[in-house]
Design a protein around this ligand. Structure first.
Ligand code: WT7
Length: 567
């Protein structure tokens, strides 16, 4: 079975009903992602097929069939119901990449509640703002993360249940804490799955903007339609594939393509619960005979750095197809992968808000290394003039990436922040917040973001969040946070600060500040460098001009500051 069809044919004859028909869905039907990812696959006779190969931090292996994940989803869902969790309640998943994370994802969706996955390395403050905004009712977690939750529980009145998946019966637990050990629970063979519809909310992912707190991107069950089809056509997943998505489900790649896409197609998924190491990653591919690998540019650049020799020592012949997402994939990384793996990484462009891939290198299409490719069939992309917001027709001219709303996985709002959601639209277009140009063959080339958000190793960091953490330190008077170039991560976080009278900037102060903010921020948002300044550059009205600091870091022309708009 091959999924490869011609891009030109597909784009000409395209309708989302292709995915609806394949999934047996008609307008107005019940559509529940939890059911589609497990029960439906079992109904198709694949209950005994492996759904998940899991390798834990210490190398411990586990595997689950589609019937196992169906039962686990039922069992977890039924337990959540017994606690009083209802449809549309927010349930946060705050776990490392352990099997319970993937199984709970299905359980929460099956009862129609909203999954709120959060990266387990978040500190208590990052956790707090997201739980507070969502009014989260329950959090599923591990013992090792309890201390962070205990610190904030008293300030979160909506949070009623802390469910611990590795509960220790002999230990004393506190108010609202309850244990749930999946292996010890009676498996629930049948349950009433919540009859969610196309517009019922499913997943709530938090993403950072330039200003304000992180925004909760609200997705719906109908997102399945485009997640399924992009997985099938771009990741080209087939019946016998063994698939590895390296992303953590705390981010949208880890759910849209790290759970929903592959399982809705009944494809075997591999999960490695450990961070990056070239050797460990290659060995993982060799051990599980991974055929399709979806990763990110920072990881690919780290592999390049580890060298070609190590690739030769490990058998990677199982690999058939590679793809990448999250940040610009440089041409060198594409040609390197062609040389060492015998095939290129195909770049894909999309966002938390879009829920599924928008611009892709479709298999079979000619690849131009360094380009993001073309619009996925059914997606209308335009580049808008930054001043008039009119579509640009001239090839090669930079514009703002915008999409015509209406693809199935598009976000439906920012949670509790309709205003910010509305700001994303202009003249009927959804503004992605990035700049690109299009060439004569219709290929898109990424230029940069249209805001101050920092993309470090594929993770968006809000300068505002880091600045706020810095300002809480007693010695700091002002702060400005920008991206600084980095060989592997493309960008890393750099902070500029001024100090209050009476404080000196020395190694001790710097260490003290670093230790202070480490407790507040996720490790990914931590500044790599703090630079002390007497004064920060400001507009006439007193607003800090990050772009001047940014230009300084990137060796760019600053221009005549006196003529800069006072915005
Ligand atoms: C932002 C979205 C979608 C999953 C991971 C990121 C940047 C994403 C690419 C790419 C250049 C890219 C954009 C985008 N980005 N893919 N192929 N080339 N930049 O999701 O955290 O919402 O970030 O990541 O700036 O807007 P996200």
């Amino acid at each position: 079975m091959s999924n490869i069809g011609s891009y030109d044919d597909r784009i000409k004859n395209f309708s989302w009903s292709i995915a609806e028909d394949e999934l047996g869905y008609k307008d107005g039907d019940i559509i529940n992602i939890g059911w589609y990812c497990s029960d439906r696959i079992c109904q198709m006779g694949k209950g005994d097929k492996i759904a998940l190969y899991h390798e834990g931090f210490g190398g411990k292996e586990k595997s689950y069939t589609f019937n196992d994940i169906r039962l686990a989803g039922n069992t977890i869902g039924t337990f959540l119901r017994s606690l009083g969790i209802k449809a549309e309640d927010r349930v946060c998943l705050f776990m490392d990449r352990i099997p319970e994370l993937y199984l709970s994802f299905l359980g929460v969706l099956k009862i129609g509640a909203i999954v709120q996955p959060l990266f387990s390395a978040f500190g208590d403050e990052s956790l707090y703002v997201r739980l507070e905004n969502a009014g989260t009712k329950a959090i599923i977690t591990q013992k090792k993360h309890l201390s962070k939750i205990r610190k904030i529980i008293d300030t979160l009145p909506s949070l009623e249940h802390i469910i611990i998946v590795d509960y220790n019966k002999d230990k004393q637990y506190q108010n609202k804490e309850v244990g749930f050990i999946l292996n010890e629970a009676d498996p629930v063979e049948e349950m009433n799955i919540c009859p969610t519809k196309a517009d019922s909310p499913s997943v709530l992912h938090y993403t950072s903007g330039t200003t304000g707190q992180p925004k909760g991107v609200r997705h719906v069950h109908y997102s399945l339609i485009s997640q399924y089809l992009t997985t099938k056509w771009v990741l080209d997943l087939r019946e016998d594939d063994i698939y590895w998505c390296t992303a953590d489900p705390g981010w949208v790649t880890g759910t849209s393509y790290g759970i929903i896409g592959p399982w809705s197609l009944g494809v075997t998924l591999c999960v490695l619960d450990r961070g990056f190491s070239a050797e460990a990653w290659y060995k993982f591919i060799e051990k599980y005979k991974i055929t399709m690998w979806y990763s990110a540019p920072t990881a690919i650049r780290s592999l390049m750095k580890a060298g070609d020799e190590i690739v030769k020592k490990i058998d990677l012949s199982s690999l058939r197809h590679l793809a990448s997402v999250g940040e610009p994939l440089n041409a060198e990384a594409v040609t390197w992968s062609e040389r060492v793996f015998g095939m290129p990484f195909l770049d894909t462009y999309w966002q938390t808000e879009t829920g599924s891939m928008m611009i892709t290198n479709h298999p079979g299409m000619k690849i131009k290394p360094g380009s993001m490719g073309k619009s996925f069939p059914g997606i209308t992309t335009v580049l808008l003039d930054a001043k008039t917001y009119e579509p640009i027709t001239k090839q090669g001219k930079a514009g703002l990436i915008a999409f015509k709303p209406g693809w199935p996985a598009m976000m439906t709002t920012y949670w509790n922040n309709e205003e910010k959601y509305k700001e994303k639209f202009i003249n009927g277009w959804y503004l992605a917040g990035d700049r690109a140009y299009i060439d004569a063959d219709g290929y898109y080339w990424f230029i940069g973001r249209d805001d101050d958000v920092i993309n470090t190793g594929g993770h968006l960091v809000s300068p505002f969040e880091v600045e706020s953490a810095l300002l809480e330190h007693e010695a700091i008077s002002e702060s400005a946070v920008v991206a600084k170039p980095d060989e592997v991560n493309m960008e890393v976080v750099k902070a500029f600060i001024t100090l209050k009278p009476g404080y000196e900037f020395d190694d001790d102060t710097e260490l003290n500040i670093m230790n202070f903010i480490r407790k507040k921020l996720s490790p990914l948002a931590m500044p790599q460098e703090i630079e002390f300044m007497e004064n920060l550059p400001k507009t006439r009205s007193g607003k800090i001009m990050r772009r001047i600091l940014h230009a300084k870091e990137w060796g760019e022309e600053i221009g005549d500051i006196s003529t800069l708009e006072d915005d």
